[in-house]
Design a protein around this ligand. Structure first.
Ligand code: 26W
Length: 811
């Protein structure tokens, strides 16, 4: 009996199928207001979701009480993106209720799997950065960090992708078109957020900001249950609301639009996710989004701290803030503003406290992806913050000069009329980290070279990870069952235990079972792939997948060129016993990224030609299912045999798909880039297919002046493929369609596709041969699973807690 006299379930776990069925029935009637006969699939899904949610709220309260009672240091993860996917099945798995839920729904005549598939993805992110944030939330709960995620509750997540005549088409995503059972609106947790206006003089160091417009940030909380429901953290997403819902006077004057305008303008701030994952558009609305959620979060953090602590100097001991890339980098100036303007601290004291709390993760070295806001724009939207940035830069310059650094070493925050958000984040942070060993080293040697020299202790590495709950236990039932039998299920919370599989790699019977699990996943995938992409997947076919956002540095074009060359080779040598392959491409291009969209069209045009060609029937097929997202990844990854990680070395900060695919028994073909290097280090040279120029060699080739035409001339099969594309072999209706791709390839080829082509081709032919020796292939696959436990996001979070946040873990 709790304080309001409610009988609440004892704990997250322990519920029988009968009890659960009872609860589902009650929710259908009393929460959704439907009878069983009238209920649609979505109603049953909501009813089950509420019944599962009931098992989470009390552990949620208890976690908060434990954190308060122990006055634990809190970790706040600020991210513009959380690429969550579906929540029902993940919550059921984390509570250990899968069999109870299946049985309960079966008892009500409803198919559990159909329910799971009925849920829309929460696609509040673009790609790697957003998905990493979601995996980190799961792991912070799994290891018992007092963590809280802050982000934006976009009305519309990442666009829905479809193909019109092979061209990418985008339509607004609408996840909130139906009730979202996993969130609780928190109207009491709301803050006014100002924009524009002017700054007047204030007391001492303080300035007095008079914003021109204000919106209200309202919190929506989603519980984040950890493994076995022992710990439940919170994801708090902010939604923008108007200060006044409705201009009645305007309405009475018949100016209906005028009456609604303030509300529409306010709500625009959290309306939609920007679909760019590399080149910032530099839009004012984007800056407002970044400030909106960051300012609301900082206010919420300070308010929660001050509820229990009086001395602001203790803030860094009780609060660690992680900035997920530069998107929330305004957090530094905002925290300093509140400490100086509203709490009366001196600037330097405020700066030290702020820096003591802040930590920044960099996820890309691509120059065009580093945010730089025009100082004019920042000064107009956030006049107070520009002043603070100028003071931070002045202080930094003094520090730099004192360290004997030349003043023009490029480490200034302000320059060329811009505010370099990466430099601001670095200067105002206690720790800065990269997301793989190679990436972190390149950060120190290139983009952050000057700052690293000034603060050699500040940059540390935390190689990315993925949650084994969603990306192995959840998405791969056949392999999960085999692991359960072979080594128990301790691996779910302690993925290093997969190491126990190493000896089984030499056990033929086990290998047989392992291959059968992969086969079962391919058989399960086949009908879906036929329906979505019009291809036939036979179980013995090598399933070769490249699934990730489209970007030239990820080199989907290199994969496509190899595919065309293979097609040619099969047609020219039909007598050869070619290894049958299905090439799967999956991924979206930012709507404004013309070259990426042209490559998507090329892939679809080549797919049509190859799939219609009787000469290679059953030997080569190309599939490109539209609208790649988290749920599609959960479908494809367990069935994959070969993982394409072929980026230009030095440009993929880490990659996380590479980890998910290796953990599900796919072998990797890849360059020594990002975390591929650490995967190679762990699985062993002989259990991975590495090819291509290293990061150093890429830098050298570029520095020496790289001539792609020479590479093309030196490779007849590459030349043939390029010529076919150039001459409209795959676009007879518009022969010039791919001129831009061919001209760039022959003229610039900034991502060294031509330089790596022959090495890639050779490696792929070696893979054809390796596939023939199934025992050896399966042995390597087992060793990949066994030796990739380190790529758990639990390990990564433990690293952050120990080496960056200085925060406790409960488990
Ligand atoms: C402002 C536009 C914008 C939006 C997002 C620029 C850059 C981004 C992200 C940083 C891009 C991203 O998702 N980077 C990926 O982050 C993953 C998680 O660390 C890495 O594994 C990938 O290698 C990296 O490309």
């Amino acid at each position: 009996m709790d304080e309001v006299g409610l009988t609440v379930p004892p704990d997250a776990g322990a519920v029988s199928a009968a009890e659960l069925r009872e609860r589902v029935g009650q929710h259908l009637v009393f929460s959704i207001g439907r009878g069983a006969t009238a209920a649609r699939l979505a109603d049953w899904r909501l009813a089950l979701s509420y019944a599962i949610r009931d098992r989470i709220v009390v552990p949620w309260f208890q976690t908060a009480e434990r954190i308060n009672a122990a006055d634990r240091k809190r970790v706040y993860y600020l991210s513009m993106e959380f690429l969550i996917g579906r929540l029902l099945d993940d919550a059921v798995a984390n509570l250990g209720l899968e069999s109870a839920a299946r049985e309960a729904m079966a008892g009500l005549g409803v198919d559990y799997d159909a329910l799971v598939r009925d849920e829309p993805d929460a696609a509040l992110g673009n790609g790697g950065l957003g998905r990493l944030a979601a995996c980190f939330l799961d792991s912070m709960s799994a290891v018992g960090v007092a963590g809280l995620g802050y982000g934006i509750r976009y009305d519309h997540g990442l666009f829905r992708q479809s193909f019109e005549a092979g061209w990418q088409a985008e339509e607004a995503e609408d996840w909130l078109a139906q009730p979202h059972p996993w969130e609780f609106e928190r109207p009491e947790a709301s803050f006014p957020i100002g924009f524009g206006g002017s700054v007047g003089p204030g007391a001492g160091d303080a300035g007095a900001w008079h914003p021109a417009e204000t919106v209200i940030a309202v919190a929506y909380d989603t519980p984040v249950p950890g493994w076995q429901g022992r710990w439940v953290n919170t994801l708090r997403l902010w939604s923008a609301k108007p200060t006044r819902e409705f201009e009645l006077q305007a309405f009475n004057r018949g100016d209906f639009l005028g009456a609604a305008t303030p509300a529409v303008l306010a709500e625009t701030i959290s309306r939609v996710l920007y679909p760019d994952d590399s080149t910032p558009q530099g839009r004012e609305l984007r800056l407002k989004q970044e400030y909106f959620f960051t300012a609301a979060s900082i206010r919420d953090i300070l308010q929660r701290f001050e509820r229990r602590h009086g001395d602001l100097a203790a803030l860094p001991d009780k609060v660690a803030i992680q900035l997920n890339d530069t998107h929330p980098a305004i957090a530094g100036p905002e925290l300093i503003r509140l400490l100086v303007d509203e709490r009366g601290l001196a600037f330097d004291a405020a700066f030290d406290i702020a820096r003591g709390c802040l930590h920044y993760t960099n996820h890309t070295l691509l120059p065009e992806a580093l945010e730089r806001w025009p100082a004019e724009l920042l000064g107009r939207v956030l006049p107070c913050h520009l002043e603070i940035v100028e003071r931070i830069d002045a202080r930094h310059a003094r520090e730099s000069a004192a360290a004997g650094r030349p003043s023009d070493d490029g480490t200034a925050i302000l320059g060329d009329g811009e505010v370099r958000m990466g430099t601001l984040a670095f200067v105002a942070a206690r720790r800065v980290n990269g997301v793989s060993a190679l990436h972190t080293r390149l950060m120190q040697e290139t983009v952050f070279g000057g700052l690293h020299a000034l603060h050699p202790e500040r940059i540390v590495n935390q190689t990315n990870g993925v949650t084994p709950r969603r990306w192995l236990h959840g998405c791969n039932p056949p392999l999960r069952a085999l692991l359960q039998e072979a080594i128990g299920d301790g691996w779910v919370a302690d993925l290093d235990r997969l190491e126990a599989l190493v000896p089984l790699a030499d056990d033929a019977a086990f290998r047989e079972r392992f291959a059968a699990a992969k086969r079962a996943n391919k058989v399960r995938l086949a009908p879906w792939l036929a329906e979505q992409a019009g291809i036939e997947l036979a179980p013995e076919t090598l399933l070769d997948v490249q699934i990730k956002r489209f970007h030239e540095y990820k080199r989907q074009l290199l994969n496509l060129l190899e595919t065309v060359a293979l097609w040619n080779a099969m047609r020219q040598a039909p007598e050869v016993d070619w290894t049958p392959r299905v090439k799967v491409f999956g991924g979206k291009a930012a709507p404004g990224y013309r070259m990426a969209k042209l490559i998507i069209k090329l892939i679809n045009d080549v797919a049509r030609t190859v799939n219609d060609d009787p000469a290679v029937r059953g030997r080569l097929q190309v599939a490109f299912p539209p609208n790649y997202n988290v749920s599609m990844a959960e479908r494809l990854i367990p069935a994959a045999d070969l993982s394409e990680q072929i980026s230009t070395a030095g440009l993929e900060a880490s990659g996380t798909g590479n980890m998910k695919l290796a953990l599900n028994g796919a072998l990797t073909v890849g360059t020594l880039d990002g975390a591929n290097v650490e995967i190679r280090d762990r699985v062993g040279e002989e259990n991975i297919f590495i090819f291509g120029l290293t990061a150093e060699e890429v830098a050298r080739r570029r520095a020496e002046g790289y001539a792609p035409a020479a590479c093309i001339a030196a490779s007849p099969r590459l030349a043939e493929a390029v010529e076919q594309i150039a001459s409209g072999r795959f676009s007879p209706d518009e022969p010039e369609r791919f001129r831009a791709i061919v001209e760039d390839l022959r003229g610039h080829d900034r991502f060294l596709v031509c330089a790596d082509f022959e090495a890639y081709w050779q490696r792929q032919r070696a893979i054809d041969a390796a596939w023939r020796d199934r025992a050896a292939w399966t042995r390597s696959a087992v060793l990949n699973v066994a030796r990739c436990g380190w790529f758990s996001s639990d390990r990564a979070i433990r690293g952050y807690a120990k080496e960056i946040w200085n925060a406790e873990t409960e488990f």
